[in-house]
Design a binder for this molecule. Structure first.
Ligand SMILES: Cc1cc2nc3c(=O)[nH]c(=O)nc-3n(C[C@H](O)[C@H](O)[C@H](O)COP(=O)(O)OP(=O)(O)OC[C@H]3O[C@@H](n4cnc5c(N)ncnc54)[C@H](O)[C@@H]3O)c2cc1C
Length: 393
């Protein structure tokens, strides 16, 4: 392959471009309608994400967060110390860092909106208002708002959730996560270097409703949103059957990141999956044992080995996590109570925050530690031995 065009220069597109260029593809062209920008996002990277991408280790400015305040709108609260911090980036900073890496590796960046990708004898003709570029292969990395209808995931409304929020000039040292009765989603406050990103996501709720709930939370915090910059964007959150009908590529094209629906349907974490799918797409395209026509199949195999079953499993349990009940109370409330009263359970939640506890083995781990967790909780409740975290909250 001589020329690969990557449409979209978010985390997914820039990683593919960097890897392909470094891997010897002669011409790698990455096209985005915007220069690195503040894409609506919390910007939070789990330990699993930054550990897997050494480029992110020390380079760009970010905030390392070591505490999370979890609460419900019913007044249950727990402060959790994180043993592996969450790193929070401005997306403009993160996107610039990744694009620079792609350019350094030999990729070319063109700022333009891709209006069409058409089949031609050599592969694809990629059109912008001013340019027409031929390519042997195309990578679609256009995010959740992909306008190239013939490529990428075919989201039904039930495969997306809406998210919105504000960037506020505030300072805070901990992450806030607020669970909301009857909502499959949550509110977050993510502190960044010089501001905070506050937002809400909720499956099945319309934007005005989400906005109203978020305003209630901000009022409770005593924060005004009037001067803040508003943002809104969809997040892929595939239903269980959405994974089976999903489209990761076709003849001479693959899709990566949000455009492929690769987001954790519980937490909305997508940056890791964007970076990782970018890596896997590049691996498939560079694999010399696989002919050009079979690259998509190879990419699908790699996705399957890496994380697709885990994301599908997350879709299976997402509703129960937010809307289920345990021992007569909502799951989020019970989770917060157990964080307060059981050291063992706290460690499980820490591992979830770090991205190091797969959902698929969560049940087995919970069952394994059940009797100790209950013992710890009972002793704490009966003898008022609450955790240090709780006292600070
Ligand atoms: C409100 C919100 C909060 C979130 N918080 C987090 C979080 O804290 N942590 C986390 O891990 N994930 C979070 N996510 C998810 C995360 O933002 C995405 O998963 C991630 O950005 C996906 O990366 P991507 O490269 O696939 O797509 P994107 O980052 O969306 O990049 C796509 C790029 O394609 C470009 N593009 C699109 N169409 C065209 C076109 N026709 N021509 C040229 N260019 C085009 C766009 O300009 C854009 O730059 C959040 C999402 C939302 C909406």
């Amino acid at each position: 392959m001589k020329r690969v065009v990557v449409v979209g220069a978010g985390p997914a597109g820039t990683v593919v471009a960097a890897r392909l260029a470094a891997g010897g593809i002669r011409e790698v062209i990455v096209i985005d309608e915007k220069p690195p920008w503040e894409k609506p996002c919390g910007g939070g990277l789990t330990y699993k994400a930054y550990r897997s991408f050494p480029l992110l280790e020390h380079s760009a400015p970010h905030k390392a967060i070591r505490q999370a305040l979890l609460s419900t709108d019913g007044g249950h609260v727990a402060l959790l110390r994180l043993d592996r911090p969450i790193r929070i980036y401005s997306r403009a900073v993160l996107n610039r860092l990744l694009l620079e890496k792609a350019i350094e590796s030999g990729a070319e960046f063109i700022q333009a909106r891709v209006t069409a990708v058409e089949a031609c004898p050599s592969g694809w003709r990629v059109r912008t208002a001013k340019l027409s570029l031929d390519a042997d292969y195309c990578v679609i990395a256009t995010g959740a708002r992909n306008s190239l209808r013939d490529f990428g995931a075919r989201f039904r409304p039930c495969d997306l959730m809406y998210a919105l929020g504000y960037y506020l000039e505030r300072e805070q040292q901990q992450i806030d996560i607020r669970f909301l009765a009857g909502v499959r989603g949550y509110i977050w406050v993510f502190p960044r270097v010089d501001h905070v990103a506050v937002g809400i996501c909720g499956k099945g709720l319309a934007a005005p409703e989400l906005r109203q709930i978020l305003h209630g939370f901000l009022r409770e915090k005593g924060w005004s949103w009037k001067e803040g910059r508003f943002y809104a964007h969809p997040i892929p959150a595939l239903e269980v059957d959405g994974w089976r009908r999903n489209r990761y590529g076709g003849r001479l094209w693959v899709t990566v990141g949000d455009a492929a629906g690769l987001v954790d349907p519980i937490t909305g974490e997508g940056i890791y999956y964007a970076l990782r799918s970018g890596q896997l797409a590049a691996e498939a395209l560079l694999d010399e044992t696989v002919d050009r026509e079979s690259k998509t199949t190879r990419y699908e195999q790699l996705l399957e080995q890496a994380f697709l079953p885990e994301l599908e499993f997350a879709s299976r349990i997402a509703s129960r996590v937010f809307l289920g009940s345990l021992l007569g109370a909502p799951v989020p409330q019970r989770m917060i109570q157990l964080i307060r009263y059981s050291q063992r359970f706290r460690q499980i939640v820490r591992d979830l925050f770090a991205g190091m506890q797969p959902y698929s083995s969560l049940k087995a781990r919970l069952l394994r530690s059940l009797s100790r967790t209950i013992q710890e909780a009972l002793v704490s409740v009966l003898f008022h031995r609450v955790s240090l975290e709780e006292e600070q909250a």
